[in-house]
Design a protein around this ligand. Sequence first.
Ligand code: ZN
Length: 230
Amino acid sequence: MFVGHYAVSFALKATQKKASLGLLFIGVQFVDLLFFSFTLFGIERFNLIENYTESTHFQLEFMPYSHSLVAVLIWSALVYFLLRLLVKKEKGLSGKISVAFALAIAVISHWCLDLIVHTPDLPLFIDNTHFYGFGLWNNALLTYILEAILLVGGLYLYMKSTYHSGINETAIARYGMPFFVVLLLIVNFINIFGPLSLEETTQSSAITALALYLVFAIIAFWLDKKRVCS
Ligand SMILES: [Zn+2]
């Protein structure tokens, strides 16, 4: 799954206003950021095979350190404790859950949503055993629709819990985030339905993915600053 993960970022932001939307964008893609970084160093592996499934050209060969359930739980615990250290005083925070907990949930959510779309290539354990995946990627249209519904649903929750105030009454504050979501949907359309280009290598794919995740997080951070939490 690609942009559908950001639904969780929007929903968590609606629950905990103090959590940075930019960080939540990083959080939901944290294990993919690890995966593509690891592939650049040969620690994990994927291959490019045109239309390996209807929705992706990626054959995800070896990813136990980033994408096994046990690894994801460990990464999310690390993120939780690191944030507890960094964000020391969480007393008096409004919202039902702490910022650290919101980020930990963001990290775990990636595996749960990946489980729906991946073919059985998600390991349970770090020793790369017991693979799961419900295989929605075998149907490109359904994959696209599911991600779109999730993302628009997340945006709805976010827009309902934030507003553009008098001082923030700009077109960017008002329309920026919905426009950004439309952009994400277009990028995902190309991602799911686009052909595999001849020049593409696993390295260039990994670098493109990492760059997109970072750029999306920066845009989300910037647009979120234009809005006020209610
Ligand atoms: Zn993933």
